[in-house]
Design a protein around this ligand. Structure first.
Ligand code: AMP
Length: 203
């Protein structure tokens, strides 16, 4: 899967059908968990952790590179509401940290902020690309994006370099231990899962 698209007048015809799928999901009440006049938060349909949501602005912005100084207050609002959502709906359900951030090179159209708990306990997390997209600098913290936008008036990216990060060797996001395969990694990260201890032991 090629994780890139042009922000210069993208033509939907050039891309796979799923490229625009977030547009449809935004309309689906079963996926929508928060909405106000400026933003919508939906469930990620293929969650890569126990708690995984996407926050999107209602005014369509394709990607990070389309952000300008004019979007600072919208981005502030998006991040503030994402934090508020975590506080009200997630924090009491997990002891694991929850990170907010953007993929430097998204696979889906419409700028979306990932809200993701750091257990990474999900059958949907299958590949090295999945793992590295959330645990290397390919994942840009929301606050870093906001600070960059405020300081520079834009978010400049080196997309080729970002995509190289997806090929990095597998490493635990907590202790940085190297693991040879995704199954070994998934087994390893259970030891860092702050909710694992309270689960019923397997019979
Ligand atoms: P990204 O790689 O940053 O573009 O992330 C896209 C996210 O959208 C992934 O976490 C997918 O699991 C998620 N996703 C894919 N298709 C849908 C859909 N139809 N509705 C909601 N989320 C989706």
């Amino acid at each position: 899967m090629k994780r890139s698209f042009s922000s210069q007048g993208p033509s939907a015809k050039k891309f796979a059908p799923w490229f625009n799928a977030l547009e449809e999901s935004l309309k689906d009440p079963a996926l929508r968990v928060f909405e106000d006049d400026q933003i919508t938060i939906i469930r990620d349909k293929f969650p890569k952790a126990r708690f995984h949501y996407l926050a999107l602005a209602k005014s369509p912005i394709d990607d990070l590179e389309q952000l300008t100084s004019a979007h600072v207050s919208l981005l502030e609002h998006l991040i503030e509401e994402a934090h508020a959502f975590v506080e009200s709906n997630v924090a009491a359900k997990t002891k694991n940290p929850v990170r907010l951030g953007f993929h430097q090179v998204p696979s889906m159209k419409r700028l979306h902020l990932h809200i993701i708990s750091q257990d990474f306990d999900s059958a949907c997390l299958k590949h090295k690309k999945h793992w590295n997209s959330f645990t290397t600098p390919f994942f840009m913290d929301a606050e870093k994006v906001l600070t960059t936008l405020k300081e520079k008036g834009k978010v400049a990216l080196d997309k080729s370099r970002a995509e190289e990060l997806l090929k990095d060797p597998l490493r635990c996001h907590v202790c940085k231990e190297s693991l040879a395969t995704i199954p070994k990694l998934k087994d390893h990260i259970k030891m860092h899962d702050k909710d694992e201890a309270v689960k019923e032991p397997k019979q």
